[in-house]
Design a protein around this ligand. Structure first.
Ligand code: 6PG
Length: 230
């Protein structure tokens, strides 16, 4: 099962996530120079992005930055995950490469295939680390409750999860399985009951991902309010 790390607040989530990025960078130093990091959307990773931007001794020339999911909008749209990460992090650092998901594509299925090819070009066809969040409905990346698991592709297009909430591109069950390490950042009391359900193995996307990854480095970093029902 995933490791659960409880911290008191959002600052604690950020500090723990940054510590784990540094540890992964140190571990990988001998074997692979390249470090591929998949970012997520939502509000929780904002402070992490801002913290990573000012971390000292980070060799950004080792980084390939990717995304775990993206909304079907252009990169300058207010709902774009790329746009948020650019403002919080990527405008301040110089990674070797930034591979955004083409949310603006007219053919999302083709965009998903292209993104899969990018992932397959990474060493071992694996993302070094993915940062995920959890919605209060139990979704992660853009894998929403009620949608079947996708295991035949690493990246897929998905329908609007709720009216007006944009179609998406997302790493699939198989895509999240093909990450060396996954960190799930969960903050806030509104997530507490759902997180308890996920960790009890409920029929929810995040529960499925944690079960698939039970033998792979996977950490849920949770703050006090979100841990209330654990
Ligand atoms: C997105 C996501 C999504 C997010 C959760 C949690 O693009 O919306 O990647 O899976 O991580 O919805 O969002 P919050 O951090 O805002 O609670």
């Amino acid at each position: 099962m995933a490791e659960i790390v409880k911290v008191s607040n959002m600052a604690g989530i950020t500090a723990e996530a940054l510590r784990r990025v540094r540890a992964a960078l140190d571990n990988g130093q001998q074997e692979a120079r390249l470090f591929s990091l998949a970012l997520s959307g939502g509000s929780t990773p904002g402070p992490f992005h801002e913290g990573l931007a000012v971390e000292s001794n980070i060799d950004w020339s080792r980084f390939v930055v990717l995304w775990g999911d993206e909304r079907a909008v252009p990169p300058n749209h207010a709902d774009s995950n790329y746009r948020a990460a650019h403002q919080q992090l990527l405008s301040k650092v110089a990674p070797m490469a930034v591979w955004r998901m083409a949310g603006e594509a007219s053919d999302l299925s083709k965009a998903a295939k292209n993104y899969e090819a990018c992932i397959r070009s990474l060493p071992g066809a694996k993302i070094s680390m993915a940062i995920l969040g959890m919605g209060d409905d139990g979704h992660t990346a853009s894998l929403f409750p009620g949608e079947a698991a996708v295991t035949d592709r690493l990246v897929a297009e998905t329908p609007e999860p709720y009216p007006g909430k944009h179609r998406r591109l997302t790493l699939t069950d198989a895509g999240l399985d093909a990450c060396e390490e996954v960190l799930i950042l969960v903050s806030g009391e509104n997530k507490a009951d759902r997180l308890a359900e996920v960790l009890a193995g409920g029929d929810l996307p995040l529960a499925r991902i944690l079960a698939n990854r039970r033998n792979k480095p996977t950490t849920v970093i949770v703050d006090g309010p979100a841990a209330k029902s654990l």
